[in-house]
Structure formats: structure tokens, C-alpha cells
Design a protein around this ligand. Structure first.
Ligand SMILES: C[S@@+](CC[C@H](N)C(=O)[O-])C[C@H]1O[C@@H](n2cnc3c(N)ncnc32)[C@H](O)[C@@H]1O
Length: 214
């Protein structure tokens, strides 16, 4: 596959974050850069920052994962498919309602031979009771909605004592304040904001971590 000329050069942090999975991470990144605009997955302006702003940003969650993980609103595979690449020891269910996106996610998982991925074409609120996949140990989400609407979508998918790992921008603390009602209703505890990225020389990203119904 030819690398598009406008694709950002691979940052040094990539090898550290992906370890021996780096070739798969490269393969996915080049595939997304080559096909993502045509498929409506990413805009052309994302290519010069695809590695740092999207792939590595997503991979920052990898060390926090365990067991059976769900990713709500995976879109092009961020962070869910990136995490499945980085952590072959966890099982990742990608939950995404748009058909064109689920087709892309399935075809990429197949192309890369990932055996730890399931793709579910659904809205998160309709997933309840989907037998084999639930409950999950952790649920991730990135750029899906504000915390007060994201918590009711994600918390019901997680087992008692499991975790939400919700990637957020600079206003994470404000979103927590605005989400107090949802935090109480869904019995979240130990709600905290993690700042990740600086340790790898990357732009800092914030993750709201919370324990569900401990
Ligand atoms: C802005 S995109 C973000 C995609 C990806 N997470 C990222 O960081 O690039 C939001 C995604 O959430 C999906 N989405 C919206 N509402 C959803 C819901 N209720 N359940 C699951 N996915 C949803 C959309 O189809 C879309 O793919």
C-alpha cells in the first residue's frame, strides 16, 4: 500500500506505545490515511496529524485496559481498533451504528488478522441484553458526546466494579460538574481525570475514569 505524501511522519513515541505490534499499527494508519477520506471517516486535514492526534492519542489508553472492553462510537476505529492492535490480550467490542463505518471496521480487523475484535452495528442504548458480549469490564469512548449524555450510554454496559474510560478535551472537569445527576443515577464512584501523553512527549489528553456501581 502506498503511503499518502501528506501523512504525518511516524513519531518516535509510536514504537514505544505499540512495541511488537508496531507493524500492525503502521498498516492500519496507512490504510486509514489512504481510504479514510473516500469513506468519509476522516477529513483531508487530519492526515498531517493522523499519528499524533488520533492513533497515538488513542493508544494512550492501552496500558489501562483489562478483560473485555467495549468502545462506544468507534467511527474509524478510534480508539477501539487501535487498542485492539496494541493489546491482543484484551477483547474489544466496537459498537458503532453507521453501516459504512462497521463495514470498514470489520474489513480492517479481517485484513490485519485481529482475532480479539467483535464489531456490533448498534447504538449503545440498544445493546443491553446482547447476551455473549455483556457485561463488559470496561467501556471506552472518544468524541461521542458530553459526559452527561455519554454516561447513560456507556455505564449500563459495564459490570459492577468495572470502569468507564472516556477520552475528553480540556473541559473534562467542567463536564464532570455538569454530569453530577448522571453520575449519581448510574452509581459511579472514584470519578477522576487522568492526564496522559506528556510521558511520551505527546500533547496531553484527558481521560475521565470512573468505577461503575462498586
Ligand atoms: C465524532 S465520531 C467519533 C468517532 C471516533 N470515536 C473518533 O474519536 O474519531 C462519533 C461516533 O459516535 C457514533 N455514535 C453516535 N451516537 C452513538 C450511539 N448512541 N451509540 C454508539 N455510537 C454512536 C457515530 O456514529 C460516530 O461514528
Amino acid at each position: 500500500m502506498t503511503t499518502p505524501p501528506s501523512l504525518e511522519a511516524e513519531p518516535a513515541a509510536a514504537a514505544a506505545l505499540f512495541g511488537d505490534r508496531i507493524e500492525l499499527a503502521r498498516s492500519y494508519t496507512v490504510s486509514l490515511a489512504s481510504n479514510g477520506e473516500t469513506l468519509g471517516l476522516i477529513g483531508p486535514r487530519e492526515l498531517p496529524q493522523l499519528w499524533s492526534r488520533h492513533i497515538l492519542n488513542s493508544a494512550l489508553l492501552a496500558p489501562l485496559l483489562r478483560g473485555r472492553v467495549g468502545d462506544v462510537g468507534s467511527g474509524a476505529g478510534l480508539p477501539g481498533l487501535v487498542l485492539a492492535i496494541a493489546r491482543p490480550d484484551v477483547h474489544v467490542t466496537l459498537i458503532e451504528p453507521m453501516e459504512r463505518r462497521t463495514e470498514w471496521l470489520r474489513s480492517e480487523a479481517d485484513r490485519m488478522g485481529l482475532t480479539n475484535v467483535a464489531v456490533l452495528r448498534a447504538r449503545a442504548e440498544d445493546v443491553r441484553g446482547s447476551g455473549d458480549l455483556l457485561p463488559l469490564d470496561q467501556v471506552t469512548a472518544r468524541a461521542v458526546s458530553a459526559l452527561r449524555t455519554l454516561i447513560p450510554l456507556t455505564a449500563p454496559l459495564v459490570r459492577s466494579g468495572g470502569e468507564l474510560l472516556l477520552m475528553k478535551g480540556g473541559r473534562a472537569a467542567d463536564e464532570i460538574v455538569a454530569a453530577q445527576k448522571a453520575i449519581r443515577k448510574h452509581r459511579l464512584d472514584h470519578v477522576e481525570v487522568l492526564e496522559l501523553g506528556a510521558e511520551h512527549g505527546l500533547e496531553t489528553t484527558r481521560v475521565v475514569r470512573a468505577v461503575v456501581d462498586p
